[in-house]
Ligand binder design. Structure first.
Ligand SMILES: [Zn+2]
Ligand SMILES: [Zn+2]
Length: 258
């Protein structure tokens, strides 16, 4: 898939993101290089995680998965938590993965995410979504909570059914690697994401996984450009950014930023 220079240069942090208190669970999504260290840096306790969710077998999404599992199982001494991941991440598929050792799967429960498959975990429902990306078993997902749906495209290029997979999303998080119409196979550029935002029409859209060209190209201005086109509130993720999703759901439209 090629190397993501934003990862190896660490121009932007690559620890993935955390969803805290989603119907009572704390989840770390795509814990790439630095996830453990950055958690502490930003005041998040990895011991309080209930699980990790890893969408595909690329290093920028999984390398800290095992240390986070060690954290929430207290050094593999407790049966606790859940690991959700693509087939490649959990079992391995051809030359992709596995990314988590069988040792690290011995204490938490684990389950494979597949497009259109619904996973139930206590009150949480997690639907797998399709991606077109280097790892053929890679997935995105939609978390169906009591009061909101949170969708994450993961790494994928735009394809015709992508909006259907993320239909009903209140919060739409997309991997957007390139600015404007600068399209490369397996990834979305800003114009692709704008199309997705227009179709899905979430309350808030967040661009993450910004590549080097994107970082150099005023990502905030790109977010404003999508907003003007779609009317949706759009943000470009910044390192350490925190968002209160309940507040987003409660606000009619917090467009003060514009
Ligand atoms: Zn990838
Ligand atoms: Zn990636």
């Amino acid at each position: 898939m090629g190397v993501d220079f934003a990862t190896i240069t660490q121009k932007r942090m690559t620890g993935g993101f955390r969803l805290d208190d989603v119907d009572g669970k704390n989840l770390h999504i795509d814990p790439g290089p630095g996830a453990l260290v950055r958690s502490y840096q930003f005041g998040l306790n990895p011991l309080k995680l209930d699980g990790v969710l890893i969408t595909h077998s690329h290093t920028d999404h999984y390398t800290d998965g095992e240390v986070l599992i060690e954290a929430f199982t207290r050094g593999m001494t407790r049966k606790k938590g859940v690991v959700l991941g693509s087939l490649s991440v959990i079992e391995g598929y051809k030359q992709w993965g596995p990314c988590i050792s069988s040792y690290h799967l011995s204490k938490p429960d684990y389950e494979i995410i597949k497009p259109d498959k619904m996973i139930k975990w206590d009150n949480l429902k997690i639907k797998g979504t399709k991606t077109i990306h280097g790892d053929p078993t890679g997935v995105g997902f939609q978390l169906k909570l009591k009061n909101m749906n949170i969708s994450y495209t993961s790494d994928t290029e735009y394809f015709n059914e992508l909006p259907q997979y993320h239909d009903g999303a209140d919060i739409l998080i997309g991997s957007v690697i390139r600015p404007k119409s600068d399209r490369i196979p397996g990834h979305m550029c800003v114009d692709d994401f704008a199309k997705l935002v227009e179709e899905v029409s979430p309350k808030l859209a967040i661009m993450t996984h910004l590549g080097m060209k994107m970082i150099m190209n005023d990502p905030e201005e790109e977010a404003r450009r999508i907003h003007k086109k779609t009317g949706t509130w759009v943000m470009a993720a910044r390192d350490g950014m925190k968002i209160d999703l309940n507040e987003v759901m409660g606000s009619q439209q917090s467009l003060d930023e514009y």
